[in-house]
Design a protein around this ligand. Sequence first.
Ligand code: FES
Ligand SMILES: [Fe+2]
Length: 385
Amino acid sequence: MDRKEELAVGRRLLGHIDGRSTDLAADMFRNKTIAYASRERAVLERDKLFRDRPLLMGLSSRLARPGDYLTEDVVGMPVLLARGADGTVRAFANVCRHRGAPVAEGCGNARAFTCPYHGWTYDLAGRLLGATDKPGFAGLDIAAHGLVPLPATEKHGMIYVRPSIAKPGESLAIDIDAELGDFAASLAALRLEDYVLHSTDRIAPRLNWKFAVDTFLESYHIAHLHRKTIAPYFVGNCCVFDPGGLHGRASFVKNSIEKTRAEPEGERQYLPHIVAIYQLFPNTLLVWQMDHIEIWRTFPRQGDPGVCEVELTLYKPAVTTKPDSYWDKNRDVAIRTVLDEDFPLGERMQIGFESGAADEVVYGRNEPALVHFHQSIRRALGVAA
Ligand code: FES
Ligand SMILES: [Fe+2]
């Protein structure tokens, strides 16, 4: 969010506080509960929303130095992501070209990857350096047995990967600016390359991945579900929403914004009082959280629409005077609110969706980010309901 956007969003939020209003969607939106519970829908989503699209893997600092790598199974594709000796981030299928074992596990720093099964070794650019039994593999075309590359690109401090094999002749580059559209400049203005990873949490709640996104997209529930925790700090049911293609940005506000009214309008610093949630379609929430970045990534569990895998990473400014205990506290508030309040209720809702008791849910006009998210899903899936 650049300074111009900050002033505009802050002004709109103060206007809503004064008018006891919020941004509204054009209409209420009805969604079939089966969208949260159907196996057929889950397969369509996997193919059209996840395998076919570039997905945010994290900020650049996850792979800060040459040789840094991480592995992750992304909707059924084992991914190995590594920063090469030349500084370039590359992605590969984490599948050994001998007999398919993963060549790396977890994350770390390496000069090469040695498969644990029979010791074939690959460099950071995925090239096979050699097989361990020379006579056994005499005549093997070493150059043709590198790790299979996946489309990957780093830009604006973010790393994107598409978890599917490139078609013959297809470029391995991802056009991140085209992917982000209107939000590319806005995200670049956040200077995400200046944030470093502080913590990583992973959980697997028993709910559909879309609910894990939904729960962040409206502040209507804050005064009710979070009455005893975060509600005193936030202006509930108050949101500024900006669509950007399939993506969207929902900005919520803390009561502390009132302090800014003492300043002349053009000099106000709104960002410390705003939680701006960039909903990066389909599964990522990149959250500007007053003074740091949270990224929530949500993936459907293969074969089960009723379970998802959620990752929260918290990134702090690379230069900060605040002690780690401060960032720990921020992480604790985020994870505890979601784990203790949002997801337990979501797991009960998932049972309701799967029961068939009600065949629809309805998102209100005061939940414009939710309306836009589910409209975007229908557009991307090419379905009418
Ligand atoms: S499977 Fe990797 S060396 Fe055999
Ligand atoms: Fe919540």
